[in-house]
Design a protein around this ligand. Structure first.
Ligand code: NAP
Length: 294
């Protein structure tokens, strides 16, 4: 019989509860802890319910932390009792934060002899355990490889994205920046439809007409950003900028909140000022990158 690694889950919010459930279902001996004890109730009989975070951290080879943010995580973890309990064990931080948060967490752990990985889950809790569910980790590669099979319980598309501890959070923030920007843009499009009494069902039905274009454009950006050559034959920045001007005008005419396309227009016009009018859309990167602009 294969020995299953003991796993503790600190935090039983939406995500932590899904993580605990996945490890229980996979046959791991699981210990859980949550600040509000009621959220641990459903796990009675299936997991060991710890009374304190230090009990949880001391109960398993691997402790996975999933709390709202680093402020909460620091309150829970940065105590002498947790430090003593976690020493010599592995802590996997799945609380979302910045690369700086990850560096601070790793420095704390290293000073106490705790092995530490930082990770980011790119999925909703209901997708935990799925073959396609992506989770990125950063930190020592040998530590990741030691725990890889246990970490794969969370998602089949688990990968190590770099030794620098901030790498996973950097990638997470970059991808989430696309996700939130795109989601806001989807909703802004819906607001335009509503302002013209265009049926929202039809808007969402036709949505797949634009999604391939976003992927194609991302591929183009990848190529052009690697060479710094923005010359192409698809569509000039002058023409793209005109399209955004129409959208800004429509929003004004229909009294729709147009701050999102106005912001896009400001960046595109900045790229035009930088001389990219006849270049492809990827050239807008030069208006975004570098020192903060007013
Ligand atoms: P959630 O349902 O709001 O749960 C938050 C958890 O943090 C709860 O267990 C809560 O305990 C605990 N907590 C908050 N402040 C605390 C404090 N001061 N001391 C002790 N515990 C505290 O959030 P979630 O959706 O599970 O998200 C957890 C993490 O996963 C976040 O960093 C989030 O960004 C990340 N994540 C979430 C998703 C998602 O789709 N939900 C996807 C990817 C990543 P109580 O029960 O006592 O309030």
């Amino acid at each position: 019989m294969t020995h299953k690694v003991t796993v503790s889950i600190v935090g039983l919010g939406q995500m932590g509860a899904a993580l605990a459930r996945a490890y229980i279902d996979a046959g791991h001996p699981v210990t859980v802890w949550n600040r509000t004890p009621g959220k641990a109730e459903p796990f009675q009989g299936q997991a060991n319910v710890a009374a304190t975070p230090e009990q949880a951290c001391g109960a398993s080879d691997l402790t996975i932390v999933s709390l709202s943010d680093y402020e909460a995580s620091d309150q829970v973890l940065r105590t002498p009792l947790v430090a003593a309990a976690a020493k010599g064990r592995t802590l996997v931080q799945l609380t979302s934060g910045t690369p700086g948060d990850a560096r601070s967490g790793a420095a704390w752990a290293s000073s106490l002899g705790i092995d530490y990985l930082d990770g980011c889950i790119l999925a909703y809790p209901s997708y935990i355990g799925g073959e396609q569910t992506a989770v990125f980790y950063s930190g020592p590669r040998d530590l990741y490889e030691r725990h890889q099979s246990t970490l794969r319980v969370i998602g089949g598309a688990t990968s190590h994205v770099g030794e620098p501890i901030g790498a996973a959070a950097a990638l997470d923030c970059a991808l989430l920046s696309s996700y939130y920007g795109a989601t806001l843009a989807v909703l802004q499009g819906a607001a335009i439809c509503a302002s013209e009494s265009f049926p929202l069902d039809a808007y969402f039905e036709k949505f797949q007409a634009i999604t391939p274009l976003i992927s194609i454009t991302a591929d183009m950006c990848k190529k052009m950003l690697s060479t710094g050559n923005f010359k192409g034959t698809d569509c000039t920045l002058d023409i793209h900028t005109n399209a955004i001007r129409h959208i800004v005008r429509l929003n004004r005419e229909n009294s729709v909140d147009g701050r999102l396309p106005e912001l896009a227009l400001a960046y595109f016009e900045r790229a035009l000022q930088l001389g990219h009018g006849s270049d492809e859309i990827a050239a807008v990167f030069n208006a975004l990158h570098g020192p903060a602009r007013r």
